[in-house]
Design a binder for this molecule. Structure first.
Ligand code: UT7
Length: 347
């Protein structure tokens, strides 16, 4: 048995933030951002009115409708995000409530795999469908990065990259020969966990990086604090990234994990009809395209409009490509992602 995508949808907030708009907060330029990342603009959700869950719910409703089912037909929820509404519980249960499907008490799973969250989620869902455990899985990737970014000069290398948005798919058992997910490949290497991370608030208490830096109380004192005054004073409550290390590793791991998937199913890069990479940086996608010798028309890039939406980037790009008629029945579609962890994967 294989798993098919029965319905797909995406939602991005209305508010467009151009590179030029960002120059009023931080020392950056439209030229720098375009040249280094390919990004021209991104969307920001409306504070206090929207959240990661509400964006995800909008995408989910579209995917559910396109699958020709009702929200009550969903029998399992998987939510991938790095910018959840709450520290806990996760967005899965919030989405279940927002969709009004609490009566069936279906399971809701949150996954925190950042950029590779959608590919990991797809693989998890695929296993549940293949074993016959579930028939209609809702998988959502959604992010509201704009709430957690550092808009000072210090945060500029990270902040200019990220945007808000959501994508969703409904997964069902495939009903036709040759249809569905052929394989998924998942990997991780925690060696560089802190090189693309938001480590606060967290339970580490300085364990990995020294308590001094974060102003934690005396270790002998019971209890603790997730957020210290020092963290606030020293601006340690936003994401950090060693951009060049991430870039250099990504351009190796993307082709590697794509070739791994192709080899597993006895295909080659020339068989790929549509390649939807995680939208990390246009330069990364172009580099991977070149290594795989894929013509430009086979590669889906929309980072120019939305920035990097992490767990949402693949479903948004796939949904747009499908709406534009770029993904047709029978096409061999390749998805791949790399990011924080480091974690990476392909489908
Ligand atoms: O989903 C996965 C998540 N992340 C990624 O995939 C990111 C991968 N990495 C990248 O995309 C790139 O490394 C960046 C776009 C983040 C940065 O590009 P870079 O070419 O690696 O630049 P850099 O970090 O080496 O910085 C070059 C210069 C520095 O100035 P100096 O030291 O040369 O004077 C930075 O301070 O650019 C400066 N800079 C900026 N200047 C204007 C950094 N950010 C900005 C900015 N505007 N926003």
């Amino acid at each position: 048995m294989r798993t098919k995508i029965a319905g797909i949808g995406h939602f991005v907030p209305e508010h467009v933030v151009t590179n030029q708009d960002l120059t009023s907060y931080m020392d950056t330029t439209d030229e720098w951002i375009r040249e280094r990342t390919g990004i021209e603009e991104r969307r920001y959700a409306t504070k206090h009115k929207e959240s990661t869950t509400s964006l995800g719910a909008k995408a989910a409703r579209i995917a559910i409708e396109r699958a020709g089912i009702a929200p009550e037909d969903i029998d399992f929820i998987i939510f991938a995000t790095l910018s959840p509404d709450y520290y806990f519980p996760g967005c899965g249960v919030l989405l279940q409530r927002e969709l009004g499907v609490t009566s069936k008490e279906v399971g809701a799973l949150d996954i925190r795999n950042q950029c590779s969250g959608f590919v990991y989620g797809l693989s998890i869902a695929d296993q549940f469908i293949k074993t016959g455990m579930y028939k209609n899985i809702l998988l959502v990737g959604a992010e509201m990065h704009s709430m957690g970014l550092d808009f000072s000069d210090e945060g500029r290398a990270v902040t200019v990259i990220f945007g808000d948005g959501a994508g969703a798919v409904v997964l069902q058992p495939a009903d036709k020969e040759g249809q569905g997910i052929l394989t998924t490949c998942l990997h991780s290497d925690g060696t560089h966990a802190e090189e693309l991370a938001m480590i606060n608030p967290g339970s580490h208490g300085g364990y990995h990086l020294g308590t001094e830096k974060f102003g934690y109380p005396d270790p002998a004192t019971p209890g603790g604090v997730f957020v210290t005054q020092k963290m606030m004073d020293d601006n340690l409550l936003s994401p950090n990234m060693t951009g060049q290390l991430v870039f250099k590793t990504a351009v190796v791991k993307f082709p590697e994990v794509i070739n791994e998937a192709l080899t597993k199913v006895g295909l080659t890069t020339t068989d790929i009809d549509v390649f939807v990479p995680h939208q990390a940086n246009l330069r990364i996608s172009q580099f991977v395209q070149k290594v795989l010798r894929l013509p430009e028309e086979k590669v889906v890039n929309n980072i120019q409009k939305y920035g990097n939406t992490t767990a949402a980037s693949i479903p948004i790009a796939l949904s747009e490509a499908w709406e534009q008629g770029r993904v047709k029945e029978g096409d061999l579609v390749c998805l791949a992602a790399f990011g924080s962890g480091f974690t990476w994967g392909s489908a």
